[in-house]
Design a protein around this ligand. Sequence first.
Ligand code: GLA
Length: 383
Amino acid sequence: MNTASIRSKFQELYGAEGILFTSPGRINLIGEHTDYNGAFVFPGAVDKAMVAEIRLNGTNRVRAYALDLGEHAEFGLNEEDAPQQAWARYIFGVCREIQKRGKKITGFDTVFAGDVPLGAGMSSSAALESTFAFALNDLLSLGIDKFELAKIGQATEHNYIGVKCGIMDQFASVFGKEGHLIRLDCKSLEYEYFPFDPKSKGYRLLLVDSVVKHELASSAYNKRRESCERAVAAIAKRHPEVKFLRDASMAMLNEVRSEITEEDYKRAEYVIGEVDRVLAVCEALGRGDYDTVGKKMYETHHGMSKLYEVSCEELDFLNDLAKELGVTGSRVMGGGFGGCTINLLKEELHDSFVDEVRRRYQAKYGHAPKFYDVVISDGSRRL
Ligand code: GLA
């Protein structure tokens, strides 16, 4: 990202110079809606990020400028000081969550911008939260560990945005490592870096953005989570050891089928299948077996579309098209309801696939999709 415009705006607004911090968006190869079910995810950070210049200002107020929107916000650090603008609430939430952990923070000035596409399922909001959590921890020497920084971002979503998300996005943003995907066990919080270099095997990872904006806060996401929790509650009556869907089997789910709604059953069926798929993909990747990786991605799409119902017409169209055009693996990525598909495809297919998808999507929906080549990059850092 070009940081010169951030620098010059900062100078113009505050007449000084701050320090630059950045945190990336993420992709997720597989393991969707598994994080809040205590299971595995397999994300990596990308080369699209938020960048913020920050300087402590010696007061107890925050002055923030969102360069991409051309908007200012100014707010205090107490609970009643919550700003109006949605983007400022993320920064405010991070400040509050840090304080709730017993840490003292002071006011600061900031200008920030980013190139993580908004509403595309690439976690622009986690990138924003992680940038400020990481920066304040660094500038004020708060001594907060990296997991807690991720949890501060997650708690900001829960308590200041209203999305009851899991830990995946903030974790990937903070812990990202160039050339590696990270398998995280969302129950134990153990994680492992997996080298990921599809190019060396003749493959590419490509995102196709449907440009349908997803709206996680629109409660559909929270409803999915509630379905999972109801299924767990029913199963736990007979199997008290089951705390998350990750701990449940299809046999256990079938025992309670008549006690839960058909909708909750379908949601849980998807999650139980997805838990196994992540492990199968990690194993296949270790063997360089990209065909199996791809097959599992298609299975995930099918589950997300038909059982979890977080796809949409445009994403299903993109998935069908990928299959028809010989893409090895494709599926809706992230929370769903819009945003991107993630596609694993042979190098030689890349250009013709992009041309054909652009042409056919445009013909059907009257506007072109966007394409992003995935470059797996480092997590939160000072620039
Ligand atoms: C969103 C949430 C994550 C995760 C994904 C789906 O990105 O923020 O916690 O649940 O959806 O896998």
